[in-house]
Design a protein. Structure first.
Length: 555
């Protein structure tokens, strides 16, 4: 199945679908049935946080008379029940549908409102059993969440929003009366949402409570500020030794949401290290920007003298925390070193990016850093690994242990995509990070593409770069332009089967030298009268060159 028009998140989710299809549904005769069941299996696994091998067939309602409900999962925790009702559509073409929501609404009516006698005669035995469990435990249910999942989901039409609101209004009121300890929510879930949930599920410290001792156990901690959205913030002081112990115990797991890796002993970090081992170490609290921690739940336990933080992450101040650990590990950390800490209770990624940008000033933060944890970047990294490439989305990111074909940094990929796929090679040659990673500029055009297409663009660029001649200004400075022109010649052929095209290019079996020579001649003819004795490098950075190339193909 050729899937060219996919975003990075969709491509990554599609990898999971194909894996499940191969492992669990390979014997199904129909491709559409294979895909449908595999997508359903994947949605169950991600939303209910179940290993794909541990999914119970009794929870899969899909079949005859399922009334728009594919899955009913009831989880028991501490004698409380949590209900998840899921409907899945795996079509490559469809977005959210008001008709599907109407069918799902009918299913919810059966679950919550149909008379008991009607339910007892219901033909779908699995659904009937689930309804009986839900109704007989109405005082134990803490939440009822309904998920309508589609593979694409890029568009939510007004009639879909209206139908979702109707369901939400009806059952939010109904649940309050009939299930007094519960709340009702309905969610529209696309592949992008599934990918984000999966990333959240894989966080190393998720569900783990980490204790951070108070600096002064006599203090009573209260939130310094809170918002209507549930974000709460504290400002406190922590002994540097306790920070070092956290890094020693949890290592890289503490920094998974950080926007870049550890930059080791650069100039700024060396200054941090020196300041916490020097005779002026008592001034560290005043001279250092401190550390920003975030957790899904933050509980100041005054009687125990500790902060209890679930899913603790250091989102700002990684360099400080690492250098404190280095000093402690070398037995040079002064006992009097304390650190100012901001502690936030929140788990929304957009908020994390905002506080990172707002609180950092000691080590410069660029737009590439701020976007390094964007779902698109994570999805590209996962997909590239499948193809054997290491995608370095963060500065200072630790290299993997597996053998990779090549390292492709997010900055280089952005430059290539802007130059080749977005057809702006002159703009890309300027190598301005803000053009690459600013969502208000070219970020989405650059990265919101099928990862296979991004790899093809990289391989085209690499092909041209390998053939550049330092004695020829046009081929040397015009690598991006030549690759862009080659894409114009070859895109239809390459897009016909992207995955196979990648293999052929990697093995040098795709004969494109002819197109390369044509592209060089095309660019030479276009600019030779303009440069004369001038530098081709300077001329090829002029924005009008992009427009001139475009016009040359339009004529």
């Amino acid at each position: 199945m050729k899937l060219n028009n996919l975003t990075p998140e969709e491509a990554s989710i599609n990898l999971d679908i194909e894996k499940i299809e191969k492992e669990f549904y390979s014997k199904q005769k129909s491709d559409s049935v294979k895909r449908g069941k595999s997508f359903q299996h994947l949605c169950f696994s991600i939303i209910c946080e179940k290993d794909p091998n541990d999914i119970n067939d009794e929870d899969v309602i899909d079949g005859s008379d399922e009334e728009g409900i594919d899955i009913v999962f009831i989880e028991e925790l501490d004698n409380n029940l949590f209900v998840k009702i899921i409907n899945c559509k795996s079509s490559l073409a469809d977005n959210f549908s008001a008709n599907d929501l109407t069918l799902l609404k009918t299913g919810l009516q059966y679950v919550f409102e149909e008379p008991k006698l009607t339910i007892q005669n219901f033909p779908n035995l699995k659904l009937r059993d689930k309804i009986e469990i839900i109704r007989s435990n109405h005082d134990r249910i803490k939440s009822i969440d309904v998920y309508y999942c589609v593979f694409k989901g890029s568009t939510i039409e007004p009639n879909v929003k209206r139908k979702k609101q109707e369901i939400d209004n009806r059952y939010s009121k109904f649940i309050k009366v009939q299930y007094p300890y519960s709340e009702f929510n309905i969610h529209l879930v696309s592949s992008k949402d599934l990918f984000t949930i999966r990333v959240k599920n894989l966080e190393s410290l998720r569900g783990i409570e980490v204790k951070v001792p108070y600096y002064d156990t006599s203090l009573i901690m209260k939130p310094d500020i809170s918002t209507e959205e549930g974000i709460r913030g504290y400002i406190t002081t922590v002994r540097a030794e306790e920070i070092a112990k956290l890094v020693n115990q949890w290592g890289d797991k503490l920094f998974e949401k950080n926007i870049r890796g550890w930059l080791k002993y650069n100039k700024k970090n060396q200054e941090i290290y020196n300041s916490c081992i020097s005779n002026e170490s008592g001034l560290f609290w005043f001279l250092n920007n401190g550390i920003t921690m975030i957790g899904d739940k933050v509980i100041p336990s005054d009687h125990a003298g500790v902060w209890k933080i679930t899913n603790l992450q250091i989102v700002n101040g990684q360099q400080t925390a690492r250098m404190i650990y280095e000093a402690w590990n070398n037995k040079l950390l002064k006992k009097n070193v304390t650190v100012m800490c901001r502690i936030y209770e929140a788990n929304e990624m957009g908020f994390i990016t905002k506080i990172t940008k707002a609180t950092n000033s000691q080590s410069s933060i660029g737009s590439r850093d701020l976007m390094s944890n964007d779902p698109k970047q994570l999805a590209i990294q996962i997909y590239f690994e499948k193809l054997g490439y290491f995608y370095e989305r963060q500065r200072g990111e630790k290299k993997p242990s597996w053998s990779y074909k090549s390292i492709i940094t997010s900055a280089k990929l952005a430059q290539i995509s802007l130059g080749v796929l977005c057809k702006k090679p002159s703009l890309a040659r300027k190598n301005i990070e803000d053009n690459f990673f600013n969502p208000q500029k070219y970020y989405n055009n650059i990265f919101d593409r099928n990862p296979n297409e991004l790899v093809i663009a990289y391989l085209l660029y690499k092909y041209c770069d390998d053939l550049k001649n330092e004695n020829d200004q046009i081929t040397y400075f015009g690598v991006l332009h030549i690759a862009r022109i080659m894409w114009e010649y070859l895109s239809n052929q390459l897009k016909n089967d992207l995955e196979n095209s990648i293999k052929l290019m990697e093995q040098s079996e795709l004969m494109i030298k002819k197109e390369y020579n044509k592209a060089v001649n095309h660019l030479t003819d276009l600019i030779k009268e303009e440069i004369m004795d001038k530098s081709a490098g300077n001329y090829l950075s002029r924005i009008e060159v992009d427009e001139n190339i475009f016009k040359s193909f339009s004529n």
